[in-house]
Design a protein around this ligand. Structure first.
Ligand SMILES: [Zn+2]
Length: 388
């Protein structure tokens, strides 16, 4: 029976984001403190649901590891990596209005990055077809030289780069965290060996740490023009919108790009109950996402994909949404009942939005993605399948 390795390193729990008012610095008006929304509880409970829930026999926990700084330099600038280390050594602090570095955060951040790399190694070595890095803090907002949105080092980007260095020729990154994967976009913006697709709610640029907008117009630059696709969806978008994003945008792009590895930035903050999201995805939607990732992998990458944990901030519901994602990946026949979901799906404005996306996928645009017709010599593990 297939078991998906879930790479986990308990040291990531020691990244102490302290108390907050949701995600901002605490307000003096409240006597009782609350933990910062990006705290350890969310990941502890995701670990529990996989360890004890209905897929417990279909997953196996596998170790993470610490990244070494040289590995971080594959996607981050040296000055930035040194700056994060020095700030942690000085006791940490708020690096953006929502992003806090704790006094003992440096090792946890290295464990978060290293655990994403460990998942990449599981897949690239052939030990597993799918591997999941269950880690925190998230990483997809971390840009080449800038922390943002709780993120310091970009685990999904590190995994994508590691896949390239291990022999993959063309990596598709699919990001369904409810926020724009601006860090991953920034890191690969001028490259044509990584196609980044981010599905997210309309939130636009949110300040100096997040200058990117997440809009359609951000398509990549130079050699990477056409290799960045944003899929901004209206507030309230739910299961149908995410399924359409995969069917109408991700799938046709992948058909032309023909990736030989897929990296997923897997968030659950598109759920209807997330404090950080205004989308309306339920367990049903996350199960569909898992199944669509599996189908993409079966079609393009011999069933292989590397998944890295991103957001998901409701400690009650996000673990169930992660469970549903696994059920979709595994194709389990008896989906777990949703303990909370009840909101009807919102389809207002979706046709207009997908018409705009369809216009983006012009032949002129798609032809830029066409893989070379000869099989890639650097991709020993997975020879590209002929286009059908
Ligand atoms: Zn997010």
């Amino acid at each position: 029976m297939e078991q998906i390795p879930v790479h986990f390193d308990a040291r990531v729990l020691d990244h102490d984001t302290g108390t907050a008012m949701h995600e901002a610095a605490p307000s003096p008006w409240f006597a009782a403190g609350e933990p910062h929304t990006e705290g350890r509880l969310r990941i502890e409970r995701m670990h529990d649901v996989l360890a004890n829930g209905p897929v417990r026999d279909r997953v196996r926990f596998a170790p993470g590891r610490l990244a070494v700084e040289d590995e971080l330099l594959t996607v981050h600038d040296a000055d930035y990596v040194a700056e994060v280390r020095r700030l942690a050594e000085r006791g940490g602090g708020w690096v953006t209005p929502t992003t806090r570095l704790g006094p003992d955060s440096h090792v946890p951040l290295l464990a978060a990055a290293g655990t994403a790399l460990a998942a990449a190694e599981s897949v690239m070595s052939g030990a597993a077809a799918l591997a999941y890095a269950l880690t925190r803090p998230p990483g997809h907002h971390a840009q080449r030289a800038r922390a943002d949105g709780y993120c310091f080092f970009n685990g999904a980007a590190l995994a994508a780069d590691a896949a390239l260095r291990a022999g993959a020729a063309r990596v598709l990154v699919v990001d369904w965290d409810v926020h724009h994967g601006n860090g991953t976009q920034d890191i690969f913006y001028d490259r044509d060996d990584v196609l980044t697709v981010s599905i997210h709610m309309d939130h636009g640029a949110w300040g100096p740490s997040h200058p990117q907008t997440g809009r359609l117009e951000e398509r990549g630059a130079g050699a990477g023009l056409g290799f960045n696709q944003n899929v901004p969806l209206p507030l309230g978008a739910g299961n149908i919108a995410y399924a359409r994003a995969f069917d109408e945008v991700v799938a046709p792009l992948a058909e032309r790009f023909r990736p030989d590895m897929i990296v997923c930035a897997s968030g659950q903050d598109a759920s209807a109950f997330d404090p950080n999201g205004r989308h309306n995805v339920s367990m049903t939607g996350f199960r569909t996402i898992g199944a669509k990732v599996r189908a993409l992998a079966d079609r393009h990458t011999d069933g292989r994909a590397i998944l890295v944990q991103e957001g998901g901030y409701n400690p009650s519901y996000a673990p169930y949404c992660l469970l549903a994602t696994f059920e979709g990946l595994l194709g389990t026949s008896e989906p777990t009942a949703d303990p909370l979901g009840y909101l009807p799906d919102q389809t207002l404005g979706l046709d207009e939005r997908f018409a705009a996306l369809a216009a983006e996928l012009s032949e002129d645009r798609l032809s830029r993605l066409d893989a070379p017709s000869a099989p890639s010599v650097s991709s020993a593990a997975a020879s590209p399948r002929p286009r059908e």
